[in-house]
Design a protein around this ligand. Structure first.
Ligand code: HMG
Ligand code: MG
Length: 305
């Protein structure tokens, strides 16, 4: 077993987390402050928003303004999700050094999320990747519903590998496996990683697990055992997916960092500051953190006070 010595935390809360907030539009000021706070926590990669259709995802409509106002930390990468060339152009105009292209592993989810087939979405992604690479931007590829689909149920690892292979061929520096509905379990996750790793080096694979069924930490550990070095997470476990009925947020960043700290794996992230950020954003959007670690550390602080 060769765990990575350092794990890169990819913070998805400001995009994946906030895109799914219901009832109220999260004010731009709050989005900006959340990203600034995450920067101060020492997070190396922050998904700052998306340039998608505002009719589809109204919460992300002010991503350009958010990008113009955040304080960019030294050595921190701010990245955005771009579903097509229209989105890419906005990313380029707003000084994004990295863009995320994405596709689904099932036809039903592809239609629900992007209104097109898997093949069509890959056709849309190719010019985005080409333009980004030609203009010196890094491209990350994400595949959704890799361990279960809300419409089609079980998803074969080979189907996922076909899509990751295409994204990898487009020049992505990393491909990320999204368990959008959180039904994955550790052995299935390992079989999936094994299938994807036939085309993509293990150190270029990232995991993006939603915690709907409470399996994320176990699945992440299973991935770490295989040498996967990058983990997506959302502070306070924010979020869900607007096109995935019933899905809850990503694994909480606090829980991942606590686990990694305990394993002696470095992340560079300040856990106490992260816990504060999780409580702060949860209060702003009228909920409590979904992170067990956030609650445990807060209780410990109260007992000590
Ligand atoms: P469409 O309606 O088929 O697109 O949507 P269209 O090309 O026919 O255009 C319709 C309208 O959208 C037009 O405006 C376009 O200009 C506009 P109108 O003429 O009607 O005023 N439009 C755009 N506006 C802003 N930015 C753009 C853009 N593109 C078109 N980039 C489309 C197709 C892909 C745009 C739409 O389906 C969409 O935006 N989908 C994105 C949905 C989304 O953001 N989902 C959540 C993110 S994915 C996720 O959360 C999963 C992940 O976390 C991993 C995991 O958990 O598994 C990554
Ligand atoms: Mg997601």
């Amino acid at each position: 077993m060769a765990y990575p010595k350092f794990v890169t935390i990819f913070e998805a809360g400001a995009r994946d987390g906030l895109q799914n907030v219901k009832d109220v539009i999260v004010p731009t000021d709050v989005r900006v402050e959340l990203i600034d706070r995450l920067t101060d926590c020492g997070i190396p990669k922050i998904e700052a928003g998306s340039f998608v259709s505002p009719k589809w995802v109204p919460q992300m409509a002010d991503t350009a303004e958010v990008l113009s106002r955040i304080r960019r930390g030294k050595d921190v990468v701010y990245t955005v999700l771009t579903p097509n060339m229209k989105g890419y152009q906005q990313a380029a105009e707003n000084n994004c050094e990295e863009v995320i292209i994405f596709a689904a592993a099932t036809e039903s989810f592809s239609q629900a999320n992007t209104n097109c087939s898997i093949a069509e979405s890959l056709e849309r992604m190719k010019p985005v990747a080409d333009a980004a690479l030609a203009e010196g931007r890094a491209v990350r590829g994400v595949v959704s519903v890799v361990l279960g689909c809300p419409f089609e149920g079980e998803v074969e690892a080979e189907r996922v590998a076909e899509v990751t292979r295409e994204l990898w061929k487009m020049g992505c520096y990393e491909v990320c496996l999204g368990d959008t509905i959180g039904t994955g379990t550790p052995v299935k996750a390992q079989k999936l990683i094994e299938a994807v790793a036939r085309d993509v080096p293990i150190e270029k694979i990232a995991l993006h697990f939603h915690d709907t069924y409470g399996q994320s930490l176990a699945n992440i550990l299973a991935g770490l055992e295989m040498g996967v070095p990058t983990i997506d997470a959302a502070v306070a476990g924010l979020g869900g997916c607007p096109y995935s009925p019933g899905a809850t947020g990503n694994v909480a960043t606090e829980d991942v960092v606590f686990m990694l700290n305990g394993m002696g794996i470095e992340t560079g992230v300040d856990l106490d500051a992260l816990v504060d950020t999780g409580w702060w954003i949860s209060e702003k959007i009228g909920r409590r953190p979904a992170s067990r670690v956030a609650h445990a550390i807060m209780s410990k602080r109260k007992r000590a006070a």
